[in-house]
Design a protein around this ligand. Structure first.
Ligand code: GTP
Ligand code: MG
Length: 212
């Protein structure tokens, strides 16, 4: 369950219980999450002032729910412990940054890489190299100085729409018929959207040419 900025996620989801898989780390995890969210907010302000346009369409964050984290530990063959949740699985804290344009995605990636107190533990560019099903997104795992991992997904609005629909279709229904056709159509849509993203970027470059 993803939230907008500044939401009291842990309290609302009842995750302050003492038997949480996150042990007593939740308050610190929330701080880390809010800190990165507020840095993203700073970048948006600075870039908006420079370019006259907010590079981020929206930004969401979440702490992985207790059930999802336990399920992921089991799926990975890991014990359901705080150590697994915080040091073996890297998306206990998740942030999703959705931009209108591809160049803005990469501008945000560059910005995030410049933090002195955070290092990049892993990077996957599924925009340059889309997954076989057509999924596109830029994934980064950041590790904070305090030792927490944060998964950041950056994508365009089109990529986000596609991922949401594909996720919905994949998980909401046990598809038995037309599986290959559905997969082919989803891939085709992903490629069409990617082509439109490129066209929109070219149009923006033509319009904003003198500002970038
Ligand atoms: P997990 O973290 O267990 O998912 O494995 P991984 O680290 O190999 O995953 P990866 O970095 O490829 O993807 C991490 C997250 O990206 C997932 O949890 C999803 O939120 C999202 N994601 C990856 N692939 C897809 C996909 O094909 N469709 C959709 N809708 N989302 C995806
Ligand atoms: Mg992952």
């Amino acid at each position: 369950m993803w939230q907008g900025e500044h939401t009291a996620f842990a309290e609302r989801s009842g995750m302050m219980e003492t038997n949480s898989i996150y042990g007593d780390h939740l308050p610190e995890m929330k701080k880390v999450m809010n800190d990165i969210m507020s840095r993203v907010g700073d970048a948006r302000k600075a870039m908006s002032e420079r370019l006259g346009m907010d590079p981020v369409e929206h930004c969401l964050c979440r702490i992985k729910s207790e059930e999802s984290m336990r399920e992921k530990c089991r799926r990975r063959g890991l014990p359901e412990t705080t150590e697994s949740a915080l040091t073996k699985i890297y998306d206990s804290i998740g942030i999703r940054i959705v931009c209108a344009f591809i160049d803005d995605v990469y501008a945000m990636v560059d910005y995030l890489k410049k933090f002195d107190d955070v290092c990049v533990a892993e990077e996957k560019d599924y925009i340059k190299r889309a997954k076989k099903n057509g999924y596109r997104s830029y994934h980064m795992i950041l590790k904070t100085a305090s030792g927490y991992y944060v998964e950041i997904q950056l994508r365009t609005i089109s990529m986000d729409t596609w991922a949401a629909l594909e996720h919905h279709l994949k998980y909401k229904k046990d598809i038995k018929e037309n599986q290959d056709l559905i997969a082919d159509e989803l891939k085709r849509c992903a490629d069409e959207l990617a082509s439109t993203d490129l066209s929109m970027q070219i149009i923006r470059n033509m319009i904003m040419g003198d500002l970038t």
